[in-house]
Ligand binder design. Structure first.
Ligand SMILES: Nc1nc2c(ncn2[C@@H]2O[C@H](COP(=O)(O)OP(=O)(O)OP(=O)(O)O)[C@@H](O)[C@H]2O)c(=O)[nH]1
Ligand SMILES: [Mg+2]
Length: 316
């Protein structure tokens, strides 16, 4: 019955990556879910324990309460008596939360000549690494890609992006450290158009002197893109580090308000036991999780799929 949720284009390799990157999470507190639902009876205690496990598993209080209530209501109204069946209902409700804000990624648009993707997030979240992975991902799928080094604040950032671009086999547009990021974006868009490229991915700073300046800079970059290409940026992907757990939500709220985030790349899923945070992000931010980072190498990226995620989370 889950098959209707599965995204057709998520490959077997991607499913495996998601599954493997949840190893630590399965060994963490959320790994207790399976055992909990092996109980003989559905009791109040089961619901209390479920709540406790989910909250400790970084699903967040609000999302946990919502999830438990929805599951409990359905179990009651559908007259479910077996814990095994109640567990299936919980899985379905998790999928429901994960796909609540789903819509197709605005990338494969045949009527558009150039798709502009802006990548934002706090320092160290994994922006540059994820851009390298994304460039490779879409290049493998036949796109002609250019990346722009609009993080001009940190001198090493430009070189780091160049290294990733080389690994991915794509071109990069960069100015000198300290240059105006708006000018970098302007040049990159022109270069992409002149070279007949169909995708531009923009790397941005994760830290400036103040957060206020950072948000202003993001807005400026947005405006430059908008003036040159109709409806650009077409996607604003916020990079969140899964190991920060609930702090990721706070970061996201900050960015969401000023740059109009359209989706999330959740990195370092492989190095955290806090995988439950995916549910909190999907529920609280109102934007879909698009990709997950499953390691430090260029191919360690998977398109996120709610069904695959939940199955991997709840399997023994
Ligand atoms: N294990 C693991 N590590 C990751 C993943 N994604 C990124 N990293 C690591 O996270 C660290 C920071 O990544 P960067 O790409 O430099 O982060 P950034 O957001 O560009 O940082 P700033 O440029 O300082 O703003 C690096 O050591 C990466 O190898 C992932 O999916 N899994
Ligand atoms: Mg960077």
């Amino acid at each position: 019955m889950f098959s209707r949720f599965r995204r057709a284009h998520v490959t077997v390799e991607e499913q495996t990556k998601i599954d493997q990157s949840l190893e630590k999470t399965r060994h963490g507190v959320l790994g207790r879910l399976g055992k909990l639902f092996q109980a003989n009876e559905i009791t109040d205690r089961l619901w209390d324990e479920l709540e406790e496990i989910l909250i400790m598993g970084d699903v967040g209080v609000e999302t946990t309460l919502k999830l438990v209530e929805a599951t409990r209501n359905r179990v009651r109204s559908e007259g479910i008596k077996r814990t095994e069946e109640a567990y299936r209902v919980l899985e379905e409700e998790m999928v429901r939360i994960l796909q609540a804000h789903n819509r197709p990624l605005d990338i494969e648009n045949p009527n558009r000549l150039l798709t502009v993707i802006l990548v934002v997030g706090v320092n160290g979240s994994g922006k540059t690494t994820s851009i390298g992975k994304l460039a490779k991902y879409y290049r493998d799928r036949g796109h002609r890609i250019l990346v722009a080094a609009a993080d001009t604040f940190r001198a090493a950032a430009i070189d780091q992006l160049k290294v990733w671009a080389q690994r991915a086999g794509v071109g990069v547009i960069a100015h000198a450290p300290g240059a105006d990021p708006g000018a970098v974006v302007y040049d990159a868009i022109r270069a992409a158009q002149e070279r007949n490229h169909d995708m531009l991915i923009i790397d941005t700073a994760g830290r400036l002197h103040t957060n206020f300046n950072l948000m202003k800079e993001m807005e400026k970059i947005r405006n430059v893109a908008q003036r040159q290409v109709h409806k650009a940026p077409h996607e604003v992907l916020l990079v969140l580090d899964a190991t920060t757990g609930q702090n990721a939500i706070t970061q996201a709220e900050k960015f969401g308000a000023s740059v109009g985030v359209t989706g999330v790349i959740l990195t370092k899923l492989d190095s955290t036991a806090k995988g439950g945070v995916v549910l909190a992000i999907a529920d609280r931010l109102g934007v879909p999780v698009r990709f997950v980072g499953t390691g430090e190498k260029i191919d360690d990226l998977a398109e996120f799929d709610p069904w695959v995620f939940v199955q991997s989370l709840t399997r023994e």
